[in-house]
Design a protein around this ligand. Structure first.
Ligand SMILES: Nc1ncnc2c1ncn2[C@@H]1O[C@H](COP(=O)(O)OP(=O)(O)OP(=O)(O)O)[C@@H](O)[C@H]1O
Ligand SMILES: [Mg+2]
Length: 286
């Protein structure tokens, strides 16, 4: 059916600690096609670590293990660090949860985008400048010329996030991993950023992994959703069926959401069953 871009099998992320090894991701398996795949789950469930592990961006002493993480048939687990760097720059891009840490604080935004552009395209400085302006405009940054001259600390969280998205799209990646890319944005800007990503999936056939804790947003925006709990995937479902999800954890997450159409005095508190974190993780269909 849908062509598989990424095939992750039995992914583990482990952190040795003084009290033994902490497994942040525990045997996660899924596939990604040219689609919008959401990953949801509460804070600490392993969403970011899953995204970062695909790019082998887990900081020491963390360890990534997997039977395979294959990108169009090529197992990334077998690549050298040097070859992995080429994958990171060109084929899979990631927008990190906190953009402030990803931009260089002592370089103007313009110089950073121009540098990123020229790294991937042979272009004169003037051409790269114009392309960079276009890219900022594409992520709905008005006044792009002023932004080009600004430093990262002069940007709001939302601007920083959009600048990161613009930079991540320069190499025209096959896969974009976006970690809470719209959480810091107000609703109208959020919509614009989602539209940009949507267009890339539809027009360029990009695969998108969209990490979020916002179930309603994911149900609305994505094609499929993985629900993570305690380092495992507890349920996989079509996004438009998310509200019919069966797993008690997913049901609990849905029930603890505030709803405008059915306001309640008190929101439900999620009751946890220790069995959820022992359940075998489900592998993605397709
Ligand atoms: N360096 C580390 N050492 C030990 N544990 C870590 C380390 N970094 C992260 N963790 C743990 O890994 C688990 C998964 O973290 P992760 O960042 O993937 O969560 P998340 O689902 O992205 O949460 P959030 O919604 O808050 O972003 C957490 O319990 C976290 O405390
Ligand atoms: Mg996270």
């Amino acid at each position: 059916m849908m062509s598989t871009l990424l095939d992750v099998q039995n992914l583990w992320v482990r952190f040795p600690t003084r009290n033994g090894v902490f497994d942040a991701v525990r045997g996660v398996s899924f596939t990604l096609g040219r689609e919008r795949l959401g990953i949801v789950g509460e804070s600490g469930s392993g969403k970011s670590m899953t995204g970062r592990a695909i790019l082998r961006l887990i900081r020491s002493p963390g360890i990534v293990e997997a039977d395979q993480i294959s990108l169009e048939g090529q197992d990334l687990m077998k690549l050298s660090e040097k070859d992995m760097r080429a994958v990171r720059g060109q084929r899979i891009s990631m927008v990190m949860q906190d953009p402030k840490f990803s931009l260089n604080p002592v370089m103007t935004i313009g110089d950073q985008i121009i540098e990123a552009y020229r790294l991937h395209n042979s272009a004169s400085k003037a051409d790269a400048y114009n392309k960079s302006l276009e890219m900022l405009e594409a992520v709905s940054i008005r006044d792009a010329e002023r932004v080009m001259r600004a430093y990262p600390h002069e940007m709001s969280g939302g601007m920083g996030q959009r600048i990161m998205i613009a930079m991540m799209l320069i190499p025209n990646p096959e896969i974009l991993i976006a970690d809470e890319p719209t959480s810091a944005l107000d609703v109208s800007v959020q919509r614009q950023v989602l539209d940009i990503m949507d267009k890339l999936v539809k027009e360029r056939g990009m695969g998108l992994i969209f990490i979020s804790h916002d179930l309603n947003l994911v149900a609305d925006f994505c094609d499929r959703v993985l629900i993570m709990y305690s380092g495992r995937i507890v349920e996989v479902c079509d996004a438009d069926k998310l509200h019919e999800a069966k797993h008690p954890y997913t049901r609990g997450l849905l029930n603890s959401l505030p709803r405008l159409d059915a306001p309640r005095e008190r929101l439900e508190v999620l009751e946890r069953d220790p069995q959820w974190s022992e359940a075998p993780s489900v592998s993605g269909s397709e």
